[in-house]
Ligand binder design. Sequence first.
Ligand code: NAD
Ligand code: UDP
Length: 354
Amino acid sequence: MTRAPSRKPKPRATKLATKRTRGRGQRARRSVGKRPPRRGRTRKQVLVTGGAGFIGSHLCDRLIANGYAVVALDNLTTGSRKNLEHLRREPSFTLIEHDVREAYDLPVQQIFNLACPASPVHYQTDPVATWKTSIFGAVHALELARRRGARVFQASTSEVYGDPTVHPQPESYWGNVNPIGIRACYDEGKRAAETLFFDYARRYRTDIRVARIFNTYGPRMLPHDGRVVSNFIVQALKGEPITIYGDGSQTRSFCYVDDLVEGFLRLMADNAPHGPVNLGNPGEFTVAELAEKVLAMTGSRSHRVFKPLPADDPTRRRPEISVAQEKLGWKPTVALPQGLERTIAYFRQAIASS
Ligand code: NAD
Ligand code: UDP
């Protein structure tokens, strides 16, 4: 276990250097602070588990910009130090290498629990690890929230709806998940994590927020992440075949990462009690349409190849977002072409410099 100092948070941020520390029973890499000059202001301490990942790193950026002191906790399996490199000299930022399957303690007032592989390719590689990350990770975030009196946010998912029989999907829909299929480690792991969150709220009055995130894309996705947006863009830019699974008629709703992070912040800042809240872009596209857009926008001459549809692949997805609109005043502002343009620019540069 990586144990950070449990004293009260200091009124200032820390400047970072990196050293290795040995946690209880496991090796951990930890960034430690040198104290910068006083500025006479107390920053709220926020923990982001999975902070080195795609969404987590964007969240860290926004929190830092908003004046919080941020600790990112990550085991760097699907995340990367590179995603946080630009924060290396930021005095209010700390990265701690730690696995959330193990308990931890930190003096924080808010917790965003994002640690979990999100791409089907990654979460199915070690399904037991995925399940444990979801469940034990939720328990450890909730226990920390209970101990510290912190508000805690869970990154849940549209996967709780499985292959939906209701369309679009409102929060009141209970879902249609195969509990023993190859996606279940993730889907059921996230469902059980939601159960834990609401049981902690009922049993211990833990202050929880739960967002159900729909397919999100943007810069800092891994090039070989396996998800459809990154796959198609990287394939198109490299002139490789575009891999369409099934006949490409399945639909997804794609949300640009900046919009999603704005939704996180609004949900976390809202003091009213909440059930789970869908966060996603209601624009709905078939996978074939996405391939067409990516090919047109990259000017690629890649051809399409059709591969078998993975088991239990949901046929359609679209969030019903009236709860987020009414309660948080949130709706996405970045349309798919705009978001794709930014993401393509990111991957173009990433490929050129690799
Ligand atoms: P990601 O894989 O880029 O980020 C996950 C991060 O968690 C990585 O940095 C990884 O190293 C870290 N992690 C994984 N297992 C860990 C463990 N045991 N201990 C500590 N750290 C661990 O994925 P993302 O797209 O940024 O997703 C972030 C969160 O949002 C996840 O919880 C995911 O389930 C959820 N979500 C994402 C999407 C999406 O479309 N991107 C959709 C629904 C839900
Ligand atoms: N998909 C595809 N080709 C790829 C990757 C994914 O056709 O190279 C499909 C996948 O089968 C699914 C959709 O695109 O129907 C979205 O997949 P993704 O992995 O992005 O997320 P999911 O919403 O399935 O978790």
